[in-house]
Design a protein around this ligand. Structure first.
Ligand SMILES: *Cc1c(COP(=O)(O)O)cnc(C)c1O
Length: 423
């Protein structure tokens, strides 16, 4: 009988995004504290990717733990149809006050993909309820919006979606905007306007595509065009929301505002799974009717779970503290200085930086892709030096928890410099 957690895990668990035949046994983490994760044999890892982009204030944060623990003794769960509770009311009130003013209602679900599913259903049924059904959707090339069927449908098509190819719905993919391609994108949109139910996009940063970035003015101009054509806009802030771009939301960089917004990842500070879809008054009102058929028939067992709402409220408290806001600016400034210092390095093919996010594309003999073999080497190289990163092929990126100190950050930069020489 195997005894350590890693080998017991291998006997029973099937891991996400993992080819189980060739994967090494999973590293068993027994404890987290601040930016560090501790494994069973006692090694520690600097979590440079916020555990898949979710952890904002560090692991096992005592303030969030305290709040969730108190809530656990008060009310752990209640059906959210016909019932409500204070954490959900408070969270919606506080969130809406921080979002662009058009956002008027909050719909709860469990994760980023479900937040996207809800947004898509809102748009499609909005058209249906108005008696003008439209089902075609506009999205960016290289988009990633999640792994459930609807979310997968509006994401980039590739080997991930290959087995399901015929079952995905109709999407028109366009390039992300630049000042140069804007006019071409507008005319492309105009040829489809009559069929389009909505436009869904990751604002400013396409995370899973390799932290691809586009400029706020170009996106604002594109959004303005969609607005003028009556195309509903879904802004997927699942990754970029809650400070990642250096401002509270990507929306704070834009002059035009969406109809619907999606949140998850950092929403609870990375403590509990939760998704949120917010919408404007006109969207909400299109579902108000004496006709039962116009209801949004969507819900999940754990919709607006009180513990998750409490974690989100506690995370917001921490996020809005001046010290956290300062840390975000300092992380951003440090990334900026480091990026400038290595732009001309021969191994650096490209470097991108927005807010707390830094991405470096490695020059290799292979093309840039998720399956570029250097990713595996880089992953091991950093792990052996006590740093958790998760390369997307030949692209490495940092998405640090906001509590990461400058010393910890400098250590990571140092290892990146060494890797640029050695890997
Ligand atoms: C991660 C992600 C999702 C999906 O969220 P899950 O919680 O993993 O389902 C959706 N949109 C964006 C932009 C993401 O980065």
């Amino acid at each position: 009988m195997p005894h350590n957690l890693s080998s017991r895990d291998a006997a029973v668990n099937w891991h996400p995004y993992t080819q189980m035949q060739t994967a090494a046994d999973a590293i068993a983490i027994v404890r987290g504290s601040g930016v560090y994760l501790y494994d069973e044999p006692g090694n520690r890892y600097l979590d440079a990717i916020a555990s898949w982009w979710v952890t904002l204030h560090g692991h096992a944060h005592p303030y969030i733990a305290q709040k969730v623990s108190e809530q656990l003794y008060q009310l752990e769960q209640v059906i959210f149809a016909g019932f409500t509770h204070e954490p959900a009311v408070l969270l919606s009130e506080r969130l809406l006050a921080l979002l662009p003013s058009a956002q008027q209602k909050v719909f709860y679900s469990d994760n980023g993909s479900t937040a996207v599913e809800v947004a898509l259903k809102m748009c499609i049924q909005y058209r249906y309820n108005q008696g003008k059904p439209k089902t075609k959707i506009l999205a960016f090339k290289n988009a990633y919006h999640g792994d459930t069927f609807g979310a997968m449908s509006v994401s980039s098509r590739g080997i991930w979606t290959e087995p399901f190819g015929n079952m995905l719905f109709e999407v028109q993919f366009i390039d992300p905007p630049t000042i140069d391609n804007l006019e071409a994108l507008k005319s492309c949109i105009d040829t489809y306007t009559d069929e389009l139910a909505c436009f869904i996009y990751e604002p400013l940063i396409q995370g899973a595509a390799g932290m691809l970035m586009h400029e706020a003015p170009a996106l604002s101009a594109l959004m303005q065009h969609c607005r003028s054509r009556g195309i509903l806009m879904i802004q997927d802030e699942v990754f970029v929301g809650f400070g990642r771009t250096g401002k509270l939301f990507a929306a704070n960089h834009l002059s035009e505002q969406p109809d619907i917004m999606c949140f998850s990842k950092g929403l609870t500070g990375g403590t509990m799974p939760m998704g949120i879809t917010t919408c404007s008054a006109p969207i909400f009102e299109a579902f108000l009717s004496d006709d039962q058929y116009k209801t949004l028939f969507h819900g999940h067992s754990f919709t607006a779970n009180p513990l998750a709402c409490t974690a989100a409220l506690a995370s917001l408290d921490l996020l809005l503290q001046e010290s956290t806001q300062n840390s975000i600016q300092e992380l951003s400034a440090a990334h900026c200085r480091f990026a400038r210092s290595i732009t001309t390095h021969p191994k650096v093919k490209a470097i991108r930086h927005t807010g707390t996010i830094l991405a470096i594309e490695w020059h290799t003999t292979q093309d840039t892709s998720y399956f570029n073999h250097i990713g595996t080497h880089l992953y091991q190289y950093f792990l052996q030096r006590g740093i958790l990163i998760r390369p997307l092929g030949n692209i490495i990126y940092l998405v640090p928890p906001y509590c990461m100190t400058q010393e910890e950050l400098q250590y990571i930069y140092q290892v990146i410099l060494e890797a640029l020489e050695e890997v």
